[in-house]
Design a protein around this ligand. Structure first.
Ligand code: HSE
Length: 321
């Protein structure tokens, strides 16, 4: 049996559409084992019907890709999931399922065969291919802040760096109805072309954000999380979004952004400032007619992590570190 934990993630961070991401200290736990009985059993600690069906369970679907790639046929499979990451809220729940499924299946094959499986880069390439964009799966796999790039020749590339020590996240989730294909809908409202002025605006902010995070310049995050490529358009899907941003900054947040495709909003705060920022953002959502709940989270330096299972040979760097 293998056990993997995988973190929630927030993508875009404002201006870095499909590029920037960060791992958050909120983890799903996935156990996977061969049962010896030719059947697939999926246990989930929450009643998400879609998660219980093998054909729509992304952990299982991702695991099948690893088995296929390694030419391995498990004799019966039990997958058990503890789902802490809210589903379809913009916190990387699908990325966590994909990365968790890939890492767990890879470790299971290693455990059962005693042979090395796929390396981290290969698992990440597979995760990007399944998810379609790299900005959630990359921090879910490697942790920290990540800058991702899709190159036509080399495929997905990334650079990871540790989060500044004195930074926490407040994620506020409005209770908007969960619709199927949420990310698709949220991408559907985006324009196909933007002005050079808006492109340059985002270029400035994205570069500033990466440099500011790398050097711990949290004073720059207010400007560096501004965006003109996706948030202004997605505001139509999240009532009160602008007011929530203003409330967060007024209450002391250092920066604020729509989390991934939304509807959650992530604010970056210094230690000790999370509570008032959370209350202010919840209040702004309430003013706009939505109940909202908050999570106050650390930023996760570690991505997907194998908790038990095959011992990693000392001369092989573990791929989850
Ligand atoms: N970069 C993606 C988007 C993240 O904004 O659509 C959501 O999965």
């Amino acid at each position: 049996m293998v056990k993997v934990t995988v973190p929630a993630t927030s993508a875009n961070l404002g201006p870095g559409f499909d590029t920037l991401g960060v791992a958050l200290e909120l983890r799903n736990v996935i156990e996977m084992e061969e049962t010896g009985i030719l059947d697939v059993v999926i246990e989930v600690d929450q009643q998400h019907e879609a998660l219980l069906r093998p054909e729509s369970n992304m952990v299982y679907q991702a695991a099948l890709r690893v088995f296929d790639r390694l030419g391995y046929q498990p004799h019966g499979l039990r997958i058990s999931e503890q789902v802490a990451i809210p589903v379809a809220r913009g916190m990387g729940s699908s990325a966590a399922a994909i990365v968790g499924g890939l890492v767990a299946a890879n470790a299971l094959v290693e455990q059962m065969t005693g042979r090395p499986g796929l390396d981290r880069e290969e698992l990440l390439r597979m995760a990007v291919a399944i998810e379609g964009h790299p900005d959630n799966v990359t921090p879910a796999m490697v942790g920290g802040f990540t800058v991702s790039c899709m190159d036509e020749v080399r495929g997905p590339l990334h650079v990871r760096f540790d989060p500044p020590r004195a930074l926490r996240a407040v994620v506020v989730m409005p209770e908007l109805p969960i619709t199927g294909k949420k990310t698709e809908k949220s991408r559907g409202v985006l324009p196909t072309e933007v002005s050079l002025k808006d492109a340059v605006y985002n270029l400035n902010r994205t570069a500033l954000l990466v440099a500011a995070l790398a050097q711990g310049r949290v004073d720059l995050l207010g400007v560096a999380t501004q965006d003109r490529l996706h948030q202004p358009y997605r505001a139509s899907l999240v009532p009160g979004l602008r007011a929530v941003f203003e409330a967060a900054l007024d209450a002391g947040a250092k920066g604020v952004a729509l989390s991934g495709a939304g509807p959650s909003v992530i604010a970056f705060v210094e230690p000790g400032h999370a509570e008032p920022v959370a209350r202010a953002m919840e209040g702004a959502f309430a003013w706009a007619g939505s109940d909202a709940r908050s999570l106050m989270l650390g930023l996760a330096a570690e991505g997907a992590r194998l908790v038990t299972g095959p011992s990693v040979a000392p001369d092989r760097a573990p791929y989850w570190g």
